[in-house]
Design a protein around this ligand. Structure first.
Ligand code: G3P
Ligand code: MG
Length: 255
């Protein structure tokens, strides 16, 4: 039911390296991780980049909105200095390069579609289309042999509009619905979206909800679990997987 790894490094390399950078993925790999979550957003020219915030200034040098810049302009900005001098000049990754790197290095991806405000449809469609093109062979193999599903990335989003656009653009790609708290009508909404899993905030999840999600046949993933004791509790409740910032405390082999 959950063919993917159990522990994912959040935003690439958790808190050990600048988030959403190739340096972060490399750091996660050094720690033994071969599965990550990261965020994808469109630049002004429609090219997706790996970024969390829709504005510059927190993790990336500069100011203003991400959507006011072309991807090449964003890629020239510094996404590493905020974290430490050793990472000065670390670029904002282009999604195409980032996904290719992960694929080539056997790093499984939970690709969070993170649209800048008002750009849900095109962000979902572009992220899905590019992922499906890169993993066409794996998607085809999974269609004839379910065991191959583990090689295909999983898209997720808080934006149900982006999830619908992703479904239309690449129906063969699995998708998950990200939600802070499970709403009362979660099951009907999840079925209508055609998602394979629910990705929920671990803070709000209750044991009975976890049991209900699993009984309904969905995968269940939690973000962001940084306390090993909480991680053990969630896994005991039937949670399939989670992402962590603390890849130094919760290792890839934790489960
Ligand atoms: O995909 C899980 C998690 O990353 C969602 O929250 O804000 O860290 O992208 P955020
Ligand atoms: Mg995220």
């Amino acid at each position: 039911m959950w063919p993917y790894p159990t522990v994912l490094a959040h935003r690439g390399g958790g808190t050990l390296a600048p988030e959403n950078t190739l340096a972060g993925v490399r750091r996660g790999m050094q720690a033994g991780f071969r599965a990550i979550e990261f965020d994808v957003m469109l630049a002004r020219d429609g090219i997706p980049v790996v970024l969390h915030d829709p504005w510059l200034g927190r993790t990336v040098s500069g100011s203003g909105n991400v959507f006011d810049y072309d991807a090449a302009e964003l890629a020239a900005l510094d996404a590493g200095s905020w974290f430490g001098r050793a990472y000065r000049g670390e670029p904002v990754p282009l999604f195409a390069d980032f996904a290719r790197f992960c694929k080539d290095h056997g790093v499984w991806m939970n690709i969070e579609i993170k649209p800048a405000p008002g750009h849900d449809i095109e962000t979902g469609a572009v992220a899905a289309r590019m992922t499906a093109a890169l993993f066409a062979a794996e998607i085809g193999a999974a269609e004839v042999d379910a065991r191959q599903t583990a090689r295909v990335p999983l898209l997720s989003s808080f934006s149900t509009v982006a999830l619908e656009a992703a479904r239309a653009a690449a129906p063969g790609l699995p998708r998950a619905w990200l939600t802070d708290k499970l709403p009362l009508d979660w099951e009907a909404r999840a079925r209508a979206l055609g998602v394979v899993a629910l990705h929920v905030n671990q803070r709000h999840l209750r044991r009975a909800q976890a049991a209900a999600v699993k009984a309904a046949g969905f995968g269940l993933f939690c973000y962001t679990v940084n306390d090993p004791r909480r991680a053990r509790t969630l896994l005991a409740w039937g949670v399939d997987a989670f992402c962590t910032d603390r890849i130094d405390v919760i290792g890839a082999d934790f489960a």
